[in-house]
Ligand binder design. Sequence first.
Ligand code: JHZ
Ligand code: SAH
Length: 391
Amino acid sequence: MKKTFLDLGMQPLANNFSKKYTPASFRLKLKFDTDLKLVMINKHMKKEKMFNKSYPYRSSKSKLVKTLFYKLSKKLNKKFQPKKILEIGCNDGMFASNFDRKKIICVEPCKDVALEARKKGLNVYINYFDDKLVKKIIKSHKKFDLIFSANTITHISKYNSVFSNIFKILDEKGTVIIEEPSLLETIKKNSYDQFYNEHIYVFSTIALQNILKKNGLEIYDIENIKVHGGSNRYYIKKINNKNIKSSIRFKRNMSLEKKHGLDKFSSFKKFSEKVKKSRISLVKLLKDLKKKNEKIIGYGASAKAVTILNYCNLKDDIFDYFYDTTNQKIGKFLPGTKIKVMKYKKLKNNKIYVFLGAWNFYREILKKEKNFYNNSGKFITHVPYPRIIKK
Ligand code: JHZ
Ligand code: SAH
């Protein structure tokens, strides 16, 4: 049974940056599947509507993302010495480009992004990861001993199809590594902005294990990583592969999630009350500043920021503009608003207030904007509760 616990109001497609104003077009609600213990959104958009030629997100825009992928590639080469790797959802190739080009095959459906990855010498199938593609891949490459996918599986509505296909192309002793935002961190940080049309699911370890087991796979180890506001890196194997035992880290994560009630609907009802309070408090904070004629801008026109702006009804009466480094977003409106994305410039004017649309990269941003911060520049965040951050 699926039970609704939060209504995030009318929302637009979170990455539909456009020169024309695009109003919010669907109602976003969050649901809990009581059988699988899975949290999901109510509306599953057509993949072609979300992931197409004009998809603007680029992994390469964050130093942290690049560094973590680089470090992980070193570790994987040492630990697994993989001979054949598959990456699902490679985007502009930030993970894959750390490997010997002959060893890695990538899948990326958004043409413009995929072409950027190909420019790095990568072998990219410009396709969605589906039955037809998997047949084609098996024909040319047989099986893989390492399959990697970050921030992609939760974007695909049909998870059983994804995992049954992964099972088909995974070597009997092979490893699958998946990175996704952690539901536990989302609840702890009250970061309701993890929910938008692309994040069809936000996995708990409990839910992911339930889904995997139905497809002959299981998690045996987990690393908690800092990226994207707190993610989990899941290490997965075939259930039939009895050589590997579950780690202590895996058991610890499972019991921590149970302690926080991630398997119970009542916990999500509590979360929804906290979200509503967070919205009231953020709106008050920003409106009070506007009453004093303060100037507020945004930093990082993230998909997450789109959820906040539309849920809290924060529009161009609050924000002058948002800074962002992504060419594909600059000069366009944040979806559902008439707030423009401007080409990023180093923060100089310490009189303005800067709302962190990319709060998850706070450390990276603070390093970049040291002068602003040290000269009494002020940031605003809603995580874990709305407040002004100043030195
Ligand atoms: P960022 C996207 O989410 C969409 P978003 C997607 N659904 C997903 O799951 C995650 O990524 C992985 C900019 N920026 O990464 C770049 C600066 O301008 O939190 C981005 O536009 N200056 C696939 O969009 C945005 O902020 C900076 O210094 O919520 C951050 O978006 C930095 C660090 C970023 O993901
Ligand atoms: N792995 C990168 C990119 C995440 S963005 C990172 O972690 O930084 C999510 C990516 O998944 C996008 O590039 C999108 O085009 C891709 N994607 C979405 N649906 C997909 C599908 N059905 N099959 C394969 N990739 C998909």
